[in-house]
Write a protein that binds this ligand. Structure first.
Ligand code: NAP
Length: 285
């Protein structure tokens, strides 16, 4: 069996991978911060040398976008130094490395154009900056890597869908940002894409989101519709939201990703975001 080190295994993507890769040719070495702190190079090297992994899939990150603004160094350690360490270990042991990145590496100020992998990055948040630094370390240090940029991820864990359903328990109406657009992506869909790429030599940078686009407010309406809630969604601008809840990190206004490289080089196709959220709500969230 081929060993695969999963980091951040308790997170949304880590859990989805545990399900998608169960009962396959791979033996999963599941680690979260208690078992392997990816910011510690010695610990990373030791585990890699001991297990000689076929692949390392980095699901660990500091994903608290607002928290990154006030904890820049911690964000850099986890989102940039972590992948750097894993890249060095992957190179030494010959492992394939999967690094997950984000649509927040783009400014979202380029009109309604869907971003391709080769488009110029220009992060505006600390989260986006540190994730981009992580990508660049992977390019510098890992020999055989897949960088997958995803967006608006939900699955088993804290996410927008669960927040909305929680709010609907106590409120008849909720205010949701209506002028930021992206693509909600189910962690199971992303895990399926990783499982598809895993045995291949199809290395590089990939956009990896569900198909289609919506605003946060449109996403909330669809969640309530699928969950049979009558909660009313009132649209609010990002600017007004920031006035109401100060301390928000800048978020891209329009960061829809085009899965161009996956489309060009593979048969893998993500499902539409509407079908994916229906699957998630059906499964009980
Ligand atoms: N969530 C999104 O909307 C979104 C959007 C675009 C891209 N992404 C990217 O997709 C990937 C997966 O995201 P996710 O939503 O599954 O993340 P998540 O649910 O926040 O899980 C991340 C996991 O990493 C762990 N972790 C934190 N610091 C660590 C360290 N130093 N060493 C080892 N583990 C550590 C976390 O533990 P604690 O919980 O104890 O900190 C958590 O279990 C990340 O690379 C993220 O940047 C996410």
């Amino acid at each position: 069996m081929k060993n695969i080190i999963i980091t951040g295994c308790n997170g949304q993507l880590g859990r989805a991978l545990g399900r998608v890769l169960a009962d396959t040719q791979y033996r999963l070495i599941n680690t979260d911060v208690a078992e392997l702190d990816i910011t510690k190079i010695d610990a990373v090297m030791e585990l890699a040398r001991k297990t000689e992994p076929y692949a390392i899939i980095n699901c660990a990150a500091q994903t608290n976008v607002n928290g990154c603004e006030t904890g820049r160094d911690t964000a850099f350690l986890i989102n940039a130094i972590g992948p750097r360490n894993l890249s060095i270990a992957a190179r030494e042991t010959g492992a394939k490395l999967f690094q997950i990145s984000t649509d927040y590496v783009f400014s979202g100020r380029d009109g309604r154009r869907h971003y391709r992998e080769s488009d110029k990055t220009a992060p505006e948040s600390v989260y986006g900056e540190t994730k981009l630094a992580g990508e660049n370390f992977v390019r510098e240090f890992a020999g055989r890597y897949f960088i997958l940029r995803t967006a608006w991820l939900y699955g088993e864990g804290k996410n927008f869908v669960r927040t909305m359903l929680g709010l609907a328990e106590k409120n008849d109406r909720v205010q949701v940002v209506g002028d930021q657009y992206g693509t909600p992506t189910y962690s199971m869909e992303l895990a399926r894409a990783i499982a598809y790429l895993l045995p291949t030599e199809n290395y590089g940078t990939f956009h990896a989101t569900c198909e289609g686009e919506c605003s946060w407010a449109e996403f909330a309406r669809e969640i309530f519709r699928l969950a049979g809630k009558s909660t009313i969604v009132e649209e609010i601008s990002a600017e007004a939201y920031e006035k109401k809840f100060p301390g928000q990190a800048p978020r891209p206004a329009y960061s829809v990703l085009d899965n161009y490289m996956l489309d060009m080089t593979t048969d893998f196709r993500f499902t539409a975001w509407e079908a994916a959220i229906a699957e998630y709500v059906r499964s009980g969230c």
